[in-house]
Design a protein around this ligand. Structure first.
Ligand code: PMV
Length: 358
């Protein structure tokens, strides 16, 4: 049995994706930019296509998922696209394990859907480029398309109606800015009240500020690329914080209003602003996705102080320091499917940070 296993990691955007122009193909209303994270935020996925399988099966973190559930089926739509591309009709077994500490509240789908695109396409006999893989990953979750490559990645929004030019492209490899760090401050590990899918749809339909956001993003993309390529942290930091606030402003301007940030998130914002004021220039920069947890970008020489600063804030339950990651990796061992095609028992060991496969 041909079992392919891949690990991919989450990405954290500095120019955010918030809005679709096509809900089915997941085509965005603006381009976005992110850093792919290191393997602390990884998902391992094994895939096999085999004539002995009677039906598609998807196991996530040891649990068999219901493929008649609409959201799960939508997230896995790339499997049919892969089968069609490869000219096969065999059923698939997909076994996936989020290798994040369970209490961290970062069960981001990006790592999972990027790992799925890589493992499933290879298991089906396809040999695709990162941009081709990004089209597949995008079908499950928009932001996932940026995790098919490492380093600094742009998701180009494209203009074609079939989505063939809405692809992720690496702007700089991980080695470009090895000193860059993302200090994650967890303030809430719970599930969000409004899914990003529902939230962005509501924003497009109701926010009066949203058209202004769409006008400003193309210029921001160019400025952000310039700042990152020049490793100009002060500029990068200012653009990152202002962009995070811009996205959260249109969320708040949505009707009914959406608030993902909480009082602890605001404490973090003020603490970072004070930290920068005390340093006389921008040395740390926060960004928030559709949730209250903070991602504070900084550099290696500041990271100890930033961790201390964030750990002191009431409500911060955990901090984690990530580097920029290299992108997906194929593994020759540690498959999550055994040679008979069964899902193996596997779990993530939070203490040793290893995956235990039985
Ligand atoms: O891919 P989704 O549907 O989970 O969208 C999430 C988008 C943000 O995380 C809020 C921003 C981004 O670009 O990652």
């Amino acid at each position: 049995m041909n079992i392919v296993t891949c690990e991919a990691t989450a990405n954290i955007a500095v120019v955010k994706y918030w809005g679709k122009r096509d809900d089915k193909l997941i085509l965005p209303t603006n381009s976005s930019l992110s850093f792919t994270m290191d393997e602390q935020l990884r998902t391992r996925t094994s895939v096999a296509f085999d004539s002995s399988f009677k039906e598609d099966e998807f196991w996530l973190n040891g649990k068999k998922m219901d493929l008649t559930d609409k959201e799960t089926a939508e997230r896995l739509q790339q499997i049919d696209v892969i089968r069609k591309k490869a000219g096969i009709t065999t059923k698939a077994k997909i076994v996936s394990l989020n290798c994040f500490p369970t209490a961290a509240g970062f069960a981001s789908s990006a790592a999972g859907l990027a790992a799925l695109a890589c493992a499933a396409s290879k298991a089906a006999g396809l040999n695709l480029s990162p941009s081709e893989l990004s089209i597949l990953a995008r079908l499950g979750s928009g932001s996932a398309c940026r995790s098919v490559d490492g380093g600094f990645v742009e998701w180009k929004m494209g203009s074609k109606t079939d989505g063939s030019d809405s692809i992720a492209v690496q702007i700089a490899p991980a080695s470009h800015w090895p000193e860059l760090r993302n200090v994650i401050a967890v303030v809430d590990a719970g599930k969000k009240k409004v899914s990003s899918r529902a939230g962005m749809k509501q924003t497009i339909a109701t926010s009066v500020l949203y058209p202004a956001r769409l006008q400003y993003v193309p210029k921001l993309i160019e400025e952000m690329k310039k700042a990152v390529l020049a490793k100009d942290f002060a500029k990068f930091g200012e653009l990152t914080m202002r962009e995070s606030s811009n996205m959260h402003a249109v969320m708040l301007d949505t009707w009914p209003s959406i608030t993902y940030l909480n009082d602890y998130s605001k404490e973090i914002m003020y603490a970072v602003q004070e930290f920068n004021a005390s340093k006389g220039s921008i040395k740390a920069a926060y960004t928030f996705d559709a949730g209250p947890n903070a991602h504070v970008y900084t550099t290696a020489d500041q990271v100890e102080e930033v961790v201390k600063l964030l750990s002191r804030i009431e409500g911060v339950t955990k901090t984690m320091v990530c580097k920029v990651g290299e992108g997906p990796k194929y593994l020759n061992q540690g498959h999550l499917i055994d040679s008979n095609g069964n899902a193996k028992e596997a779990r993530f060991d939070e203490i040793k940070k290893e995956i235990i496969v039985k």
